[in-house]
Design a protein around this ligand. Structure first.
Ligand code: FEO
Length: 410
C-alpha cells in the first residue's frame, strides 16, 4: 500500500481521499467497495497548482495532505474541473486558506462557484479548450468536455508528463488504496457500470471529448473517481469509443421501431400487434415487439438505445399507467434521447388517462412525439379499430422514415 500523498508523476501528487464506506452514489448508483474523491497537487518552480478538491466531510484529510507538501501561501491556482459537491466540497475552505490562489473554472461554472462559496469576490478566471496555464516547469492545456457529467465539466492535459486530468470521464466508483490500474483489483465492471450510469446519456458529448483526447499522447489518465490509469490507457479510451458508438446492425437507412406493451386482458396486446404489423409493412423499418411484464431493466435500456423510435402500450388502472410502464420511462434517464421519436397507445376500461400521462411525460423528456391522434380504445378493439391501429403503425413508421410533419418540442 502507498502512503498518501503519493507522487503519481514527477512533481504531481495524489491528495485525494478514499471513501470505502459509501454504498450508494448520486441516489441511483451502487458500489460494493466504496469510491474515492481524487484530487491532485502539482509542484512547479513558480508555485503550486491544486487540481480539484474532495467531498466536504473529508476535507481535513485533504488539507493534511496539502500541508505535508506545501504552505497555503505557495498555492497559485486551483483548477476546478467539475463543480459537483463531491469534488468541490472543500473548495470554499481552500479558497479561505490560500490567499494567493486564483480559481480556474469553465464559464458555465461561474454562477455555481458563487452559489457554492456564497461570495461575489472570488478571484477566478475562466478556461476553455486550448487555453493554457504555464507555471514554472509545467504546462496545462484545458479541454472543454461539457456534460461529462455536468454542463460545466472540463479536462486538462499536462504537456510535460502526458497526463490527462479527465474529470469524471474514465472514472469508476471503486475504492482501492493501491490507486493505480495495474495494482488494484479487477475494476473493469465498475468502470463499465460508471459509464452506463454517468456517461451513457451524453454519448454525443463523449464522442466530442474523445476527438479532443485523440489529439493528445496520453500516458496517464487521472480521473476524479477510482483508479489512476497508467497501464494501457488506450484500452480504456477505446472502450469509451466503442460504448459511445451506436452499433450499425441494420442495413444503411433502416430505422428501428420498438413497441413495448403491458396488457391485462390481451386488448392492449392486440393493439400492439396490429400497430406492429402496420409498421412492419413500411419499407426500411425494423419493428420489434416486447411484453413489458417480462423484460429486465438492462435489456430495456439496450433496446431503447438501439431504437430510433418507440411506442408504449398501456392499460389504464386507477387512472394511471401501471408500474412497469413507469419503470420503462425511468430508464430514459440513462440514455441519449436526442432525435428519438415516441408515442403511446392502449385499451382502457373507464377513463384511459394513462395514455395522456405517458404522452405528457414523453414530451417533457423532449422526445419527438408526432401529433397523431391518440390511439385509445375502449375495452375490446373491434376489427375497424384494429385497422386504425394498423394505420397508426404505418403512419408512425413513415414519420420515422423521414416523412415531414410538424412536431411540437415545447
Ligand atoms: Fe464525481 Fe459528477 O461528480
Amino acid at each position: 500500500m502507498h502512503p498518501l500523498p503519493l507522487e503519481i508523476a514527477p512533481d504531481i501528487f495524489y491528495i485525494g481521499v478514499l471513501d470505502p464506506d459509501i454504498r450508494t452514489f448520486d441516489i441511483v448508483m451502487h458500489t460494493a467497495n466504496g469510491s474515492s474523491y481524487n484530487a491532485y497537487l502539482i509542484q512547479t518552480s513558480q508555485g503550486v497548482i491544486i487540481v480539484d478538491t474532495v467531498k466536504k466531510e473529508f476535507q481535513e484529510l485533504f488539507f493534511n495532505r496539502i500541508e505535508s507538501l506545501c504552505d497555503y501561501a505557495a498555492i497559485r491556482y486551483v483548477i476546478v474541473h467539475h463543480i459537483e459537491p463531491d469534488h468541490s466540497g472543500a473548495l470554499p475552505e481552500l479558497i479561505a486558506r490560500a490567499p494567493h490562489a486564483k480559481v480556474l473554472i469553465s464559464p458555465q461554472a461561474t454562477t455555481m462557484l458563487k452559489a457554492l462559496t456564497g461570495s461575489e469576490n472570488i478571484d477566478f478566471e475562466t478556461i476553455w479548450t486550448n487555453k493554457q496555464l504555464r507555471l514554472g516547469n509545467k504546462t496545462l492545456t484545458f479541454l472543454s468536455t461539457p456534460y461529462l457529467h455536468w454542463p460545466e465539466t472540463m479536462s486538462s492535459y499536462v504537456e510535460e508528463d502526458k497526463l490527462l486530468f479527465s474529470g469524471d470521464v474514465f472514472g469508476a466508483h471503486y475504492c482501492d488504496r493501491r490507486l493505480f490500474n495495474d495494482k488494484v483489483g479487477d475494476f473493469w465492471y465498475a468502470f463499465e457500470y460508471y459509464y452506463d450510469h454517468i456517461m451513457r446519456p451524453f454519448q454525443s458529448y463523449v464522442k466530442s471529448a474523445l476527438k479532443l483526447y485523440d489529439r493528445l499522447d496520453i500516458q496517464t489518465i487521472a480521473p476524479l473517481h477510482g483508479p489512476i490509469i497508467r497501464e494501457n490507457p488506450s484500452t480504456y479510451i477505446e472502450a469509451y469509443r466503442q460504448w459511445s458508438t451506436k452499433l450499425e446492425r441494420h442495413k444503411e437507412g433502416q430505422k428501428v421501431l420498438s413497441i413495448f406493451y403491458l396488457t391485462s386482458y390481451k386488448n392492449t396486446q392486440e393493439m400492439a400487434q396490429a400497430i406492429y404489423e402496420g409498421a412492419e409493412s413500411v419499407e426500411n423499418i425494423v419493428t420489434n415487439i416486447y411484453d413489458l411484464a417480462s423484460i429486465e431493466e438492462q435489456n430495456m435500456i439496450r433496446i431503447l438505445e438501439e431504437s430510433d423510435g418507440f411506442l408504449i402500450g398501456t392499460p389504464t388502472i386507477n387512472a394511471d399507467a401501471p408500474k412497469p410502464v413507469w419503470n420503462l420511462l425511468s430508464c430514459l434517464m440513462f440514455l441519449d434521447k436526442q432525435g428519438k421519436s415516441a408515442g403511446a397507445f392502449g385499451s382502457y376500461g373507464w377513463s384511459g388517462e394513462a395514455i395522456d400521462h405517458i404522452l405528457a411525460r414523453l414530451k417533457a423528456l423532449k422526445l419527438r412525439v408526432p401529433p397523431l391522434e391518440p390511439m385509445k380504445i375502449k375495452l375490446i378493439p373491434t376489427e375497424e379499430e384494429l385497422q386504425r391501429c394498423f394505420c397508426y403503425g404505418v403512419e408512425f413508421a413513415e414519420i420515422l422514415n423521414g416523412k415531414m410533419i410538424e412536431i411540437d418540442l415545447a
